[in-house]
Design a protein around this ligand. Structure first.
Ligand SMILES: *Cc1c(COP(=O)(O)O)cnc(C)c1O
Length: 345
């Protein structure tokens, strides 16, 4: 463990001693009776931060997405989302299995325009089409390299959604990063949406937990779907205390991860013939590609780097992802870039 530089994901962090102490000291109760004070405090705090009436804790971001899709659609509906969104690519087909919906992926680079949404929305008066009932935006966008979706684009998409009678969902697992990078409050980023999901287990460094926020009525429906999916828990305050600690102590430092990712990306791009669009490095994720001219593919690079103590994810045959987080230092990010550049030389 000692010398390992783990850039596979921002989910690999260890809870700090202070976070563990907060968890150990957390007042708890049975959350299914609404009696867990720490969870109630977290939900109230996040509802206010996100500018919504109510919020609901969920064990994972995947379940938050599944519950959101189930809450805002009916089986047989179609959801419009960005290409390679988490709900379409990383949830083992859960959108189809749990919500009974199909996802129509549009746009490029993690983004799409309001007019692309309009063109993708199927006419309702035509008997053979699935009904398009929901648009989903992922911000920041994981597979597109952690890009921040420009808020004017979000507002325009939401306006078209309202006009067409679609609900709007924000997969904001890394909305904290979007806020740190854009300087806009999470409440402003979440404002155009009926439901918003945020995660505590990514850049915030908690051992688990996500949350959905929306109107009281929508959250009441989501609560039933959470229970149906087996996600209603009991003395959950141990997790909520970690999330509250993270909001106090880890949220204000996310910009450090962003600076480290940029440093890593610039150093790697300068030292190796990788295909890396520095314009996509806006937060804590670096996605780069290995051109065919390089005699090494992504799984081989990942395996050789691991032997040298640097862990990155092969995201595709020639696509690699590295993610910075609170357990890697600036010097480690520099060293990781040098190790990868040497392997690619
Ligand atoms: C990680 C992630 C999720 C899912 O979170 P888990 O807690 O790993 O289930 C959802 N959406 C995005 C954009 C993510 O990056």
């Amino acid at each position: 463990m000692t010398d390992r530089i783990d850039l596979r994901s921002d989910t690999v962090t260890q809870p700090t001693d202070a976070m563990r102490a907060a968890m150990a000291a957390a007042p708890v109760g049975d959350d299914q009776y609404g009696e867990d004070p720490s969870t109630n405090r977290l939900q109230a705090r996040c509802a206010e931060l996100l500018g919504k009436e109510a919020a609901l804790w969920l064990p994972t971001g995947t379940m938050a997405n599944q519950v959101a899709l189930r809450t805002l659609t009916r089986p047989g509906d179609e959801v419009v989302a960005s290409r390679e969104s988490h709900a379409a690519w990383h949830e083992a087909g859960g959108a189809a299995a749990n919500a009974g919906v199909q996802i129509h992926e549009i746009g490029r680079g993690g983004r799409f325009s309001a007019s692309e949404l309009r063109a993708a929305t199927k006419p309702r008066n035509f008997a053979i089409f699935p009904t398009t009932t929901l648009v989903e935006i992922e911000n920041t966008h994981n597979r597109a390299g952690g890009i921040v979706v420009p808020q004017d684009e979000v507002v325009a998409i939401a306006a078209v959604a309202r006009e067409l009678g679609l609900a709007a969902f924000l997969d904001g697992a890394r909305l904290w990063n979007a806020s740190a990078a854009s300087g806009l409050a999470v409440g402003e980023l979440a404002a155009p949406f009926d439901l918003v999901a945020v995660a505590f287990s990514k850049g915030l460094g908690a051992p688990g937990g996500s949350l959905l926020a929306g109107t009281k009525a929508t959250i009441a429906i989501a609560d039933r779907h959470r229970r149906r999916m087996g996600g209603a828990m009991r003395q959950n305050g141990i997790f909520s205390a970690a999330a509250l600690h993270a909001l106090d102590h880890h949220l204000p430092r996310l910009h450090e991860d962003h600076a480290h990712a940029r440093l890593f990306a610039e150093r790697l791009a300068a030292g190796a013939a990788v295909q890396l669009d520095l314009a996509t490095v806006q937060t804590n994720i670096v996605v780069f590609h290995l051109p065919e001219a390089l005699p090494i593919d992504a799984p081989t690079l990942s395996a050789r780097a691991r032997d040298l103590g640097v862990l990155v994810n092969a995201f595709g045959p020639r696509t690699v992802r590295a993610v910075t987080h609170l357990d890697v230092t600036r010097a480690q990010c520099e060293r990781a870039a040098d190790v990868l550049a040497a392997l690619l030389a």
